[in-house]
Design a protein around this ligand. Structure first.
Ligand code: NAD
Length: 302
């Protein structure tokens, strides 16, 4: 199978590339290395340092004629999206449209898009499902939601098959403290530098943490279904920030020190994503308990 992974030098994309190479696929990576690292790209992949919005992307897709495109490249840093909304729009929306234009010409079996729970904003409810009204509170969330709409309209207009995967808070090896949902990486980096952890608010806010390996299997499972669907890739379970510290403490050899600050402006209190539609549609389920995922991630930081 011939595939293109955009963002294949990034945190999630580099793990997906490893898994695709392991199963024998011919993998092309498109990445401009704005946050990704060349050293994380599997040497068996064909690497193309290209900007998502460039004509070179279209030329490459038309030449390679991939069976599947996994689109992960994005400006995924919420603070950056607030500082530079136009750049966010360019990378996340215009970049996606450029890829879709290429798919129109070359034809693909499926366009698999990495989306996010950030599209929902403050829902007020504890359990989010795919029918929950999306009302983003960051430009990042807005750009990803807009990209979703483009994908659906390209499907309706030009029959490009798609799967949209909305992730919870992804964590695992190679994640950095920048980008989306990186509290585990932030904590592990601080511990490595013998610094105290900063807990926003009371630490009782909940998040749906999903291990990167489970996000990879969901992407690969999306190739096996012909349904065009939008599904949440998550565990359906929540962990508070204080529970997270307890879990890390079970592995960390010295007592963890932390302090509380005010709630972070705009932070949602609870986030849990129902994953039943993904399990049914993709015939997939997350395989990592949080204890195991934290252990693997901790080991990669030390
Ligand atoms: P990342 O920043 O590690 O990876 C993104 C990659 O895209 C990087 O390698 C970067 O260099 C590349 N890139 C960015 N802009 C580009 C451009 N204009 N042209 C070409 N390449 C470009 O981020 P990640 O955490 O691996 O996220 C991957 C995807 O998953 C993103 O689409 C993100 O929105 C989504 N997502 C991530 C999380 C999370 O918790 N990490 C949660 C939900 C959704």
């Amino acid at each position: 199978m011939k595939v293109i992974v955009t963002g294949g030098a990034g945190f999630i994309g580099s793990h997906l590339v490893d898994a695709l190479i392991d199963k024998g696929d011919c993998v092309h990576v498109i990445d401009n290395l704005s946050s990704g690292k060349l050293r994380d790209v599997n040497p068996a992949a064909k690497f193309h340092e290209i900007e998502l919005t460039s004509q070179k992307v279209i030329d490459l897709i038309v030449k390679v004629k991939p069976d599947y495109i996994f689109h992960l490249a994005a400006q995924a840093d919420v603070s950056k999206s607030t500082a530079f909304p136009a750049e966010d729009l360019r990378a996340n929306v215009a970049g996606t449209v450029n890829l879709l234009e290429a798919c129109r010409v070359s034809g693909v079996k499926k366009f698999i898009f990495s989306s996010t729970s950030a599209i929902y904003g403050n829902t007020g409810g504890e359990m989010i499902n795919e029918e929950t009204i999306a009302s983003p509170i960051s430009f990042y969330g807005l750009s990803k939601l807009t990209a979703e709409y483009y994908i659906k309209l390209f499907h309706d207009s030009f029959s490009i098959p798609y799967t949209i995967l909305r992730y919870g808070n992804v964590y695992g090896p190679r994640q950095t403290s920048k980008g989306e949902g990186g509290v585990i990486a932030v904590f592990l980096e601080k511990l490595k530098n013998n610094e105290k952890l900063k807990v926003n608010g009371d630490g009782l806010q909940t998040r749906d943490f999903i291990y990167v390996g489970d996000v990879v299997t969901a992407n690969i499972a999306a190739c096996q279904t012909e349904v065009n669907a939008t599904v949440q890739v998550s565990t359906g379970c929540t962990t508070t920030i204080l529970q997270l510290i307890d879990l890390i403490q079970q592995i960390h050899p010295v007592p963890i020190e932390y302090y509380h600050t005010n709630d972070r402006f705009g932070d949602i209190k609870h986030s849990c994503l129902d994953n039943r539609l993904a399990m049914k549609t993709l015939n997939w389920k997350p395989a990592h308990e949080i204890e195991e995922g934290i252990r693997k991630t901790y080991q990669s930081f030390h």
